[in-house]
Design a binder for this molecule. Structure first.
Ligand code: ZN
Length: 839
């Protein structure tokens, strides 16, 4: 790096230090504030900087300077700090609470304020959401240094007119995974050869967080602590401009907004956002990048249709989200078709764009503020025009799933009201656009090739039965979910306890008890018994815990049951007789013991890390049940007999015949193979199961068709399924469906795995419904030829065992609370499926 700079110095004929390569425009700098180079002991770009050092540097700035303060807004799964450095003039910093109040007045449609130019503009410079796109966090250090230490009049003007929030690393766990990799393999001299290990990370790579989630999809879904902390911060400050820095393929240049046009016909964000503001900022980015000779492009790619990106969520909060994509050096130096790209070069482009964002926001303070004010005012006027006055929802059988959905609404500051077990969300509220995002569904699009999902009506993710209403009786406003579930203490029984299997947390409560050695059974048929003085009916899958079968005394059992109820908020009922009022009795042959599941999942090269991470996350954070993750390279050593279930998510499984036979023989012994997406296709292709895929239709035309080359991407792309919500018809009597009371269930499809319904009439658990479209883009061809003929979930007998084949991912992005149960049933109740065969 230094050598390269020296060369640059000789070529350009003046002296330029490593530091000056980035920041010389903003000289002079206060000597009391250490530069990143001084603090770290190496020049920016020479190594990748660990997250703890990034935090330490920002803490140092806050300690030394009266322009900066720092706060922690959360911790990652791995315990790393999520921090926000606030930088502004000392005068503004001392007056921050008042400034915040003055700023928030513009987000409140009830307040009539017009001092647009008097309040500093609020800017959130956010960096490095994808851990292995590392240039921007290094730019964050240089940006923080420039703002804190420069005495240049340009910077002083920014500080007087803006409050700048620097979030240096949105995804520290992923960043450190990548940092460790590239620093480990860095050569001296550096190796620019793209085939070097430094430029080729190993699975699961650093893009994602601890559970391999893409945090740049999580802003809307808010599953991970990184996004939850950020959203809580966000709704305290409502920044006017938010940056989102990324890297793309090495053989590219630089991208900034405007993006490709939003794919929805009528996007819910105001058109001024992308027509006026993006152009205004884009022109300034062009000028700055021109001045340092960097190439770039706009508009061609990256649509912001999905509202859960870091660059689209702010657009739904009256701000301007800005996406930047830098060609990646993936390592410190790499050979490209254009020559060589260095880490320092990528950092400089991000640095320049960051400070240009500040400059443009400051220069257009009044426009940005008025825009945000109009945004929230228009939310109310748009809502007035809507016939729908609100949405009603709630599921009395599953309070924890309902609670999780309400938690999501509240996190986005959507107003929720309660009347008994019914919840209401009015459309008439400042967050009307979030209400639309959560509940409205679409089927008309201007475009057909998406960068991501085309469906995100979150209510459907949660299988919330909801309905729009034209007049609304609100009830009492709720501000927290903490007291939402109130359960009666479980009374003591000397006979048995019963838990419904309907609640989202029931598997977690069951696993908790199983771990303590409690023997529990599952009911294959409904029944009703006396609970206290009332008659209570229980659904398919109710869990029975008979007192006499346990190894511990009645008092201990009662205590454990009480703990399980308190910990997971799932009701347990004490019963004193085995004779039912209706349906099967408690000693029936239709009630059988549930084995404690022991699950193993294959991971590693070829396996789709997102799907594997979703399984891991579900079991860890919601069921509190361990799953053993075995890298594919260790498959030959794996003793499968220790497990009851093997999970294979989508991926490339290049197994030998013997390895396939190993899986098949283990399944035949009575175990459960659970496959998702392309792994289901694999199980059929490799004949582990006797099932079929919907055959690809033969091309009926014999004459070769010619089409313009330029349309190829569009034509081919539209037949792939970016993400669509479909309705299935569920057999609620099947063990895989225990816990569901309604046979209509939304599922998420984002692949082209088309399972033929099983020939066994009892084995197609979920088939797409007659009229399956709920939300999102799908071609008529896909609908007619594939969806209408195929199944979403089937079970197939394999010797004494079975394979559970999911065509669709039941755990998508950790937010499909509605379909998680199907997957968990496969683990907990797999051996209850004794598929009766026809022959
Ligand atoms: Zn990215």
């Amino acid at each position: 790096m230094l050598k390269k700079l020296l060369l640059l110095v000789i070529l350009s004929g003046f002296t330029l230090s490593a530091q000056d390569y980035f920041v010389q425009k903003y000289k002079p700098f206060t000597a009391e504030i250490p530069s990143p180079e001084t603090f770290l002991g190496y020049a920016i770009g020479e190594h990748h900087t660990r997250h703890d050092l990034i935090v330490a540097y920002l803490e140092k700035l806050a300690e030394l300077s009266d322009r900066a303060s720092i706060e922690e807004y959360g911790r990652t799964h791995e315990g790393r700090k999520l921090v926000m450095l606030t930088v502004t003039s000392p005068k503004n910093l001392n007056n921050l609470n008042n400034l915040r109040e003055a700023h928030l007045a513009f987000t409140d449609p009830k307040q009539k304020v017009s001092n647009y130019n008097e309040v500093p503009i609020f800017i959130n410079l956010a960096y490095n959401v994808h851990g292995n796109e590392p240039s921007s966090s290094e730019a964050a250090l240089l940006t923080a240094y420039s703002l804190v230490a420069s005495q240049n009049p340009e910077i002083l003007k920014y500080l007087d007119n803006a409050v700048i929030f620097i979030d240096p690393t949105i995804n520290p766990d992923g960043r450190d995974r990548h940092t460790q990799w590239v620093n480990t393999y860095q050569g001296s001299p550096e190796v620019a050869d793209p085939q070097d290990a430094e430029h080729n990370e190993y699975w699961p790579m650093g893009r994602t967080n601890h559970y391999w989630f893409d945090l740049n999809r999580d802003w809307l879904l808010a599953i991970n602590p990184e996004s939850r902390g950020k959203l809580k911060w966000y709704h305290q400050w409502y920044p006017n401009v938010v940056t989102d820095f990324h890297e793309m393929g090495t053989q590219s240049t630089y991208f900034f907004e405007p993006m490709k046009t939003n794919a929805s016909f009528d996007p819910i964000m105001p058109k001024e956002n992308y027509e006026d503001l993006n152009t205004l900022f884009g022109n300034e980015f062009a000028k700055s990048l021109d001045s340092i000779g960097s190439l770039y492009f706009t508009k061609e790619v990256f649509d912001g249709t999905y509202p859960g990106y870091g660059s689209s969520y702010p657009d739904l909060q009256g701000g301007l989200g800005l996406l930047f994509e830098q060609a990646s050096s993936r390592g410190h130096r790499q050979t490209t078709a254009f020559g060589e790209i260095t880490f320092a070069f990528t950092i400089r482009n991000q640095y320049v764009s960051g400070l240009t964002t500040v400059k443009t926001a400051v220069d257009n303070k009044d426009i940005m503020r008025k825009y945000q004010q109009d945004f929230f005012k228009s939310a109310l006027t748009n809502a007035t025009k809507n016939k729908v006055k609100g949405y009603l929802f709630g599921d009395t059988h599953d309070q924890n799933r309902t609670k999780a959905f309400i938690d999501k609404l509240l996190l986005h500051k959507v107003e929720v009201y309660r009347s008994g077990n019914r919840f209401a969300v009015p459309t008439q509220q400042p967050q009307y656009r979030m209400v639309q995002t959560m509940f409205e569904t679409y089927e008309k699009y201007r475009d057909s090739v998406y960068y991501d999902a085309s469906a995100w009506s979150v209510a459907n993710f949660y299988n919330m039965k909801y309905r729009p209403v034209n007049n609304l009786d609100l009830g009492e406003k709720i501000s927290t979910t903490q007291e939402l579930i109130k359960l009666e203490p479980v009374s003591k029984s000397s006979y048995a306890y019963i838990m419904d299997w309907d609640d989202y947390n029931a598997p977690a409560a069951l696993y908790y008890l199983q771990q303590k050695g409690i023997i529990a059974s599952s009911a294959a048929k409904p029944f009703s018994v006396r609970v206290n003085k009332d008659n209570k009916s229980f659904n398919y899958g109710a869990v029975l815990i008979p007192v006499s079968l346990q190894k511990v005394d009645g008092t201990s059992i009662h205590q454990m049951i009480t703990e399980a109820q308190e910990k997971f908020n799932v009701p347990f009922y004490a019963v004193n007789s085995g004779l039912s009022d209706n349906g099967i009795d408690l000693g029936s042959g239709n009630i059988s013991p549930i084995k404690q599941p022991k699950a193993v999942m294959l991971i590693g090269n070829g396996v789709r890390s997102y799907e594997a991470g979703e399984v891991w996350h579900l079991l860890d954070t919601r069921v509190h049940m361990p799953i053993t993750k075995v890298p594919m390279r260790n498959f030959n050593k794996l003793n499968l007999d220790k497990y009851t279930s093997l999970v294979m998510v989508s991926g490339q499984y290049n197994f030998t015949k013997n390895q396939i036979e190993k899986i098949k023989q283990w399944t035949e012994k009575g175990n459960t193979l659970v496959t998702i997406g392309s792994a289901s296709k694999w199980a059929i292709d490799k004949k582990i199961v006797q099932e079929e895929l919907i055959a690809k239709e033969k091309d009926s035309t014999q004459i070769a068709v010619r089409k313009p080359y330029v349309d190829a991407r569009e034509n081919i792309g539209k037949e792939s399924i970016g993400g669509v919500i479909l309705k299935v018809d569920l057999d609620i009597t099947h063990p895989l469906s225990y816990g569901y009371r309604d046979n209509q269930l939304p599922v998420y499809k984002n692949n082209s795995v088309w399972l033929a319904p099983s020939k066994n009439p009892y084995a197609t658990v979920a088939k797409y419904a007659e009229d399956p479209h709920i939300d999102g883009f799908i071609t008529k061809k896909n609908m007619a030829e594939h969806i209408m003929n195929s199944a979403s979930l089937i079970v197939s007998k394999v010797g004494k065992g079975r394979a559970v084949l999911f065509a669709d991912n039941p755990n998508f992005r950790g937010s499909w609370y509605g379909t998680n149960r199907l997957f968990l049933n496969a683990l907990f109740l797999g051996d209850k499926i004794n598929v009766p065969s026809q022959d």
